[in-house]
Design a protein around this ligand. Sequence first.
Ligand code: GLU
Length: 454
Amino acid sequence: MKLSVRFAPSPTGRLHIGNIRTAVLNYLLARKAGGTFLLRLDDTDRERSTEEFAEGIRTDLRWLGLAWDREERQSARFARYTEVADALKASGRLYACYESEDELDKKRKRQLARGLPPIYDRAGLKLTGDEKASLEAEGRRPHWRFRLPNTDPAGGLLAPEPTIVSWNDLVRGDQTVDLGSLSDPVLIREDATPLYTFTSVVDDVDFAITHVVRGEDHVTNTGVQIAIFEALGAAPPAFGHHSLLIGADGHALSKRLGTLSVETFRSDGLEPMAVVSHASLLGTSDAIEPHRHIEELAELFDLAKVSTAPARFDPAELRTLNAKLLHKEPYEDVAERLAALGVGGGATFWEAVRGNVGVLAEARDWWDIATSDIDPVIENAELTARAADLLPPEPWDAGTWGAWTAEVGKATGAKGRALFHPLRLALTGRDSGPELKALLPFIGHPRAASRLRG
Ligand code: GLU
């Protein structure tokens, strides 16, 4: 069977480093196996989901280069969910419950007070047709719970059945969830809208999803969902749960994720492949290196390399990775963007400065330093004035710097840092930067002479 995965964000916000990681892992799994990557918009929550966020997610995925083969949205599938829910109602796996939130809360408190786990007591299951009719006559509408395949904690209504669900997790190895410790989940709300736990399974069956890769916050859901797959007569897919991200300080990232969005990375000028490289290698046994092509990452990819320990995300590391990526970026691949930034000098200039930029736009700073007015810094006026006198006539090339500084050294007796530092400060106004042998021809004689003279 062809491998098929899905990335299922809710369009209630934009993508951030946490869900990019899920997207990237799914994408690479599909890519490596020649399978399909489905974008599923989990938009059953009509109040919080917006078309603007859906479009934002598409924009983010496109920018990252994570092309999807197919898109589905849950809001278009309500009829299908109703159909499947009706079948589960008919078979008794979905049962009507009438408690209000308040009543449920009271039940839980009573259980806790008696030292019992706050598991739903399946009161709904025991209602007779008359009792249901009279509750509905009071104006109550039912919500629907899925009867988990476990023994009834209250009255032994059900024959004892196995309560442990297990699977071999692609990341975490053997996993078990004890359904006996869980309440029967509500799958259909009072207003008849279906909940994620249910819709996700219906979709995974209908779209023939073979592998579900998601965060470890879904491990318990997986236990419940495997039971739902079975109730639907479907074989569950393989599951892999990656660990969640923590910040550099070791604390959960969840509250800070909004500022770690694809949108912010893009507006900060980061390269999509730096973000994708970081997201895919973070928390794996591979070194975090920049890769220029997603195929290279697909080549390396193996879910077994993903660690079960929380992965530490430090935005400063992402910026360092971005710089490393640019350091090996060939001119042809950035030529158009450099032109748009107003950076000239072709491949020679790019190769001169690429080792000194953190984001591409900084190439423009070096272009301005080479070709516009700057404030030179004069550290040793005697030396730099003498150096100005010794500047050879143009044309200049990469050999000019070496020949000229040798002359200046001879004439002044300065060498090493005492020679080069004042020249750099005068010529660029900066303490450090690209090799001057590459930059000098772009500065040219008139600017170089005037800078050296202060
Ligand atoms: N919409 C769900 C979420 O973002 C999808 C989880 C899943 O992959 O099943 O948490």
